[in-house]
Design a protein around this ligand. Structure first.
Ligand code: UD1
Length: 427
């Protein structure tokens, strides 16, 4: 298993290219199921999750070809073609490793009339049920049967029909499944209390490029006029706002300055205002954003919530940064019930953090010290890397495979801006 070894203390300065967004990629890939024509996705990040998703699609009969996989190039181009769907089953083995696999449900039922998808079960950060995904499909006329850990969904004769989907609370994945199903349903579908995350807008834009008719982009009500068929398209995945935010925290925690090439300001309003409140200077530069530390890190009070509020996927990285703030911060996690697994690891490095239910009180300390720490999930792992960059001495981050799911060429990108970081393989 690989480890990442960081010798902390270097001030980071330079330019980092922001990759295509993992969470956008994982909802754009299943769009290929909605048409028999080719869908070409550009700017796909090279990540383990993207490969796993392509593998799942292959099992369903989708062909995938990759170009642009030159060693020094960021981003890949993948052409996916579901000329015919040869299987409608997403097995447990794949879904348990990657929850986002559940996003084949909507498109499979819409195009093939049926899908059998393993229920994902809980994961490291919480229960994460998929009841809202299922309710959305029911609202479009699908019949559901749950047995032996699988959901079997079947469209009525004549296919899915438009309807009104009212989500009781915001779910990114359920909105994505609803949207991908509704584009091929007969008549009009209204999705109320839809997630407004930029990845949802990216999905809607890709579907529109494929011939779908969707109104209300960027709002919490999406109206879809169903089509009999969609066609092929070429679409570029949006830049990863969470990766950009993570490197912005790296600039802050090392007292440095980084240009985040490709980062899009409008996709990260609360991340940027949080950084500015913590004392960062954020500037628009050609093709991206520049984030620079300006003196001490100031403490913050932040609550996670659906977009445009502060994303849960940035909570751990901000916590690492605030561990070095001058003063006491309060973080509140409202989305997932168990998303503080990085806390004991950060404590091993000298951070003073106290968790009280959904709240975490972070008392800033003068110094963090390198230690052996264990990555527990993707964003938690990044918080350990950030702490390692600022810590005195050596930090070893174990279970690096979590990072590989969501950060493209992490060590390379950080080395390029002055970090002392390397990956070692224990064979
Ligand atoms: C997506 C993101 C993830 C991010 C999360 C919240 C992807 C691949 N993942 O996950 O990185 O942290 O949004 O921004 O895009 N819930 C239910 N029932 C459901 C669905 C969700 O109770 O049917 C709950 C979840 O347990 C959670 C909350 O709703 O507490 C929000 O989850 P959701 O927005 O659905 O997250 P994901 O789409 O799984």
């Amino acid at each position: 298993m690989d480890r990442i070894i960081i010798k902390g203390g270097n001030r980071l300065e330079g330019k980092i290219c922001i990759s295509g967004a993992k969470n956008a990629a994982l909802t754009l890939l299943p769009c290929a199921l909605l048409t028999d024509e080719p869908l070409t996705l550009r700017n796909l990040p090279r990540l383990a999750d993207v490969d796993s998703f392509a593998h799942l699609l292959n099992q369903l009969g989708v062909s995938t070809t990759v170009e642009g996989a030159r060693p020094n190039e960021f981003g890949r181009v993948m052409t996916l073609r579901a000329s015919s769907i040869t299987s409608t089953v997403a097995p447990y083995d794949i879904v348990r490793k990657m929850r986002a696999s559940v996003l084949v449900l909507g498109p499979l039922v819409a195009r093939a009339g049926e899908a059998t998808v393993s229920l994902p079960g809980g994961c490291a950060i919480g229960m994460r049920p998929v009841d809202l995904h299922l309710k959305a499909l029911e609202a479009l006329g699908a019949e559901l049967e749950i047995a032996a850990g699988y959901v079997k969904a079947r469209a009525p004769d004549g296919g899915l029909r438009g309807g009104t989907i009212r989500f009781p609370f915001v779910s990114v994945g359920a909105t994505e499944n609803a949207l991908m199903a509704a584009v091929l349903a007969k008549g009009e579908t209204v999705i109320e209390n839809a997630a407004r995350e930029p990845e949802i807008t990216d999905l809607a834009k890709c579907l529109i490029a494929m011939g779908a008719e969707i109104e209300g982009l960027r709002t919490d009500t999406l109206t879809v006029h169903g089509k009999d068929r969609l066609h092929g398209a070429t679409y570029a995945v949006m830049p990863d706002r969470i990766e950009a935010g993570s490197y912005a925290c790296a600039a802050m925690i090392t007292g440095g300055s980084l240009v985040l090439e490709g980062a899009r300001k409008e996709t990260m309003p609360s991340i940027l205002s949080g950084l500015e409140d913590a004392g960062a200077i954020v500037e628009d530069v050609r093709g991206g954003l520049k984030v620079s530390a300006d003196g001490a890190i100031r403490p913050l009070s932040i609550s996670t919530a659906p977009f445009p509020a502060f994303p849960t996927d940035m909570q751990a990285q901000f916590m690492a940064m605030l561990a070095r703030a001058e003063g006491t911060s309060l973080l509140t996690e409202t989305i997932f019930e168990n998303r503080y697994m990085h806390v004991p690891e950060l404590q091993r490095m000298g951070a003073e953090i106290e968790v009280r239910g959904r709240a975490a009180v972070v008392r800033g300390v003068d110094r963090l010290v390198g230690a052996q720490v264990m990555a527990t999930d993707l964003r938690a792992s990044m918080s350990l890397v950030l702490a390692g960059l600022a810590a005195e001495g050596e930090t070893q981050v174990h279970r690096v495979y979590h990072l590989d799911r969501g950060y493209e060429r992490l060590e390379e990108k950080l080395q390029g801006v002055g970090a002392d970081i390397e990956r070692v393989s224990d064979g």
